[in-house]
Design a protein around this ligand. Structure first.
Ligand code: IMP
Length: 208
C-alpha cells in the first residue's frame, strides 16, 4: 500500500496498454496499483482544452468521479520551436485541424509537420512534453502535477520503425538516432513520460 492516505489502487485515465505497462512498473515502487479505466467501464473523456495540464486534469477528474478512486492522467504532444509550439496539444489530430475533422492519423500528421517546416529556417529544435496529473478524488484541491520534456530536432525524412506518432521524425542528436530507432525499453527509460513519472514519484516521496 502507498504511504499516502487514500492511494493504493489508482485508475489510469487511459486505455493505452503501452502507457499502462510503462506507468505501472514505475509506480509499483511507490506502492500504487494502476488499473486501466476501461477495466472499470470508464469511457474516454473529452480533451477540449488549449493546455496540456487542463486536459490531463479533466481526464483525471472524469476517471476519478466515475470510479471514486484516485486517478492518474497524462496529456502529451510535440512542440516545435519554429511553429510557435505547434502541434502542441493538437498533436494527435494535427493534420485534420485545417479541415475541421477529428481524424487521428500518424502518417497525415507527419506529412503536415514536414510540409509546415519546409520553408522554415532553424526549424529543427523541438521537444516532446508530457504532463501528468494525479488526483486523490474528483474535487481534489491539490492535484499533483508533474512535467517532463524530451528535447530533440525534427527530421526532414523518417528514420526507424519503432515507436508511434512523430517518432520517425524526432531526432536525438546526443544518441544519433530518431526516437523510432531506439529500442522500446530505451525510449521508455528516456522519454518525456519517463521524465514526468520520475518527477511525480519524487513528489509522492516528499509527501509520504
Ligand atoms: P496522448 O497524450 O497520448 O494523447 O498523445 C498525444 C499525441 O502526441 C499523440 O497522438 C502523438 O501524436 C504525440 N505523442 C505523444 N507522445 C509521443 C511519443 O512518445 N512519440 C510520438 N508521438 C507522441
Amino acid at each position: 500500500m502507498s504511504d499516502l492516505p487514500g492511494l493504493g489502487r489508482v485508475v489510469l485515465a487511459s486505455n493505452n496498454a503501452g502507457k499502462l505497462r510503462e506507468f505501472a512498473s514505475l509506480l509499483d515502487a511507490a506502492g500504487i496499483e494502476l488499473i486501466a479505466q476501461g477495466e472499470l467501464g470508464v469511457p474516454e473523456a473529452q480533451e477540449p482544452h488549449p493546455t496540456f495540464v487542463e486536459n490531463a486534469l479533466a481526464k483525471a477528474r472524469h476517471a476519478s468521479s466515475l470510479t471514486e478512486l484516485p486517478a492518474l492522467a497524462d496529456d502529451s504532444g510535440l512542440c516545435v520551436r519554429a511553429l510557435n509550439g505547434a502541434p502542441g496539444v493538437y498533436s494527435a489530430r494535427y493534420a485534420s485541424l485545417n479541415v475541421n475533422g477529428d481524424e487521428k492519423s500518424d502518417a497525415a500528421n507527419n506529412a503536415r509537420l514536414v510540409a509546415d517546416l519546409k520553408d522554415a529556417t532553424d526549424h529543427r529544435r523541438a521537444y516532446y512534453v508530457c504532463v501528468l496529473v494525479l488526483v486523490r478524488h474528483a474535487d481534489d484541491p491539490e492535484p499533483l502535477i508533474a512535467e517532463g520534456r524530451w528535447h530533440g530536432e525534427v527530421l526532414d525524412a523518417p528514420r526507424g520503425a519503432n515507436g508511434f506518432g512523430y517518432d520517425p521524425y524526432f531526432f536525438l542528436p546526443t544518441l544519433n538516432a530518431s526516437a523510432a530507432e531506439l529500442d522500446p525499453a530505451r525510449k521508455n527509460a528516456l522519454s518525456h513520460r519517463a521524465l514526468a513519472l520520475r518527477e511525480l514519484l519524487q513528489q509522492l516521496k516528499e509527501l509520504a
